[in-house]
Design a protein around this ligand. Structure first.
Ligand code: NDP
Ligand code: MG
Length: 392
């Protein structure tokens, strides 16, 4: 049977990993839709390999340029996600949601009704809009599977157990590039050092978030939403080589620990082909257990002096609220300013804590997320606020 697949953000790191996996399964799949923002060269390369007709290019200038070229006229190319109904004659079997940032929110929400299963990598969607996503999943009987390695590991460990059987979940963090940096040398951190992640090869934004530990704060929020657990049942433990991804403690005294090589292909493969002998032979066979790493996990408790942003976890409301959007957007904007060399590494931490602790924004903890637009309007407001008020 042919598996119908679509990939939102197919030209990114997660999207390309999935594409590389699918190359082994070409005869058994059909790709209905691929999307990018600007990287049309990669998009057309992928479209050619898999004979994909429907493409979305969200950058308007690039879209107009492509539309003016005759050689691309055989493709059905759109500039946005408004016409999904026309693209999909029947439901996809599987969609990967791997657009980066809040721009992935609306496409992810809109595609749920067009798929039987959705794997969501886009953190922002889960963090800011989980209550709406969850309703849409249930309404359309769409199965959800997490992609982030820690969450996929916990999901795999929990399997058919009921949430009430879980005592707590521990997500591991590598500690990033500054795990051993003397605390008095944090003021001199530069961009290059920040992007130099010891274990994972990732985009710039998520690399900065790993260095500040904000990525793990986001992952705690993601876990809270996905597994429907209170924050006091979720915690972080440093495991420097990122070999162990999650530990799930059950009330019966047993703990499941999920270990795998630091390669996103493992969770990605398992979100779609969990027992595939071909992929096991072609890709997974290279992932033998590394005894040196298991014998020496070097777990460490997280130090909030080194990673002050973990204090944000204490401020989080247990109910889904617009406060999560404030955190995501503020961090996004501050990381962008850091990447543009407009603020220092330390400023990200100082300014983010200032924003999330301010009375002005605390009221959003009580504001529920009623529609996607609530998030998108707040997104614009916070960005304007940071760029106008905070710097003038
Ligand atoms: P990348 O930046 O590598 O790729 C992002 C993808 O989204 C690209 O296809 C990009 O297109 C597209 N895109 C970017 N901006 C827009 C926009 N405004 N509108 C529509 N599409 C857009 O990201 P990653 O693959 O690293 O991550 C994707 C998501 O998965 C993120 O939310 C990340 O936090 C999460 N994640 C990533 C992990 C990783 O290891 N990489 C691990 C766990 C989660 P183009 O190429 O044209 O720019
Ligand atoms: Mg992760």
């Amino acid at each position: 049977m042919i598996i119908n697949i679509s990939i939102l953000g197919s030209t990114g790191s997660i999207g390309k990993s999935l594409i590389n996996i699918l190359k082994f399964k070409k005869k058994e799949i059909k790709i209905n839709l691929l999307t990018c923002h600007q990287n049309y060269n990669e998009l057309f390369r992928q479209a050619k390999i898999f004979n994909v007709k429907n493409l979305i290019i969200t950058d308007s200038k690039i879209f107009s340029f492509i539309k003016s070229k005759k050689k691309y006229s055989k493709y059905n190319i759109q500039n946005n996600f408004d016409n999904l109904k026309k693209i999909f004659k029947k439901k996809n079997d599987y969609v990967m949601s791997s657009i980066s940032g809040l721009d992935g929110l609306l496409p992810t929400f809109n595609i749920i009704k067009h798929t039987k299963k959705i794997a969501i990598a886009n953190k922002e969607t889960i963090i800011c809009a989980w209550n709406l996503i969850d309703i849409e999943l249930k309404k359309n009987k769409t199965q959800f599977v997490p992609v982030d390695s820690e969450h996929f590991s916990a999901y795999f460990a929990i399997n058919k157990n009921h949430i009430s059987e879980i005592k707590n979940i521990i997500l591991t963090a590598s500690g990033g590039p500054f795990l051993n940096r003397p605390l008095d040398k944090f003021n001199t951190i530069d961009l290059q050092e920040t992007l130099n992640h010891p274990n994972w090869s990732m985009g710039k934004k998520i690399s900065v978030d790993s260095a500040t530990m904000m990525n793990k704060v986001f992952e705690i929020i993601e876990a809270k939403k996905i597994f429907n657990l209170p924050y006091n049942k979720l915690s972080i433990l440093i495991q420097p080589d990122s070999y162990i991804h999650a530990l799930v403690n059950f009330n019966n005294g047993l703990t499941k620990v999920i270990i795998h090589k630091t390669d996103m292909k493992i969770p990605i493969i398992n979100t779609i082909f969990s027992n595939d002998t071909l992929l096991q032979k072609k890709i997974i066979k290279n992932y033998d257990l590394d005894l040196k790493k298991i014998n020496n996990p070097k777990f460490q408790v997280i130090d909030s002096f080194r990673y002050p942003l973990v204090n944000i976890i204490k401020l989080l409301p247990n109910k889904c609220s617009l406060f999560e959007t404030i955190i995501v957007v503020s961090n996004d904007e501050l990381v962008r300013l850091f990447l543009n060399d407009q603020i220092s590494f330390k400023d990200i931490e100082i300014l983010l804590l200032k924003i999330v602790k301010s009375k002005q924004f605390a009221k959003y903890k009580k504001k529920s997320v009623n529609k996607i637009d609530d998030i998108l309007i707040l997104n614009k407001y916070i960005k304007d606020y940071i760029n106008s008020k905070l710097f003038k």
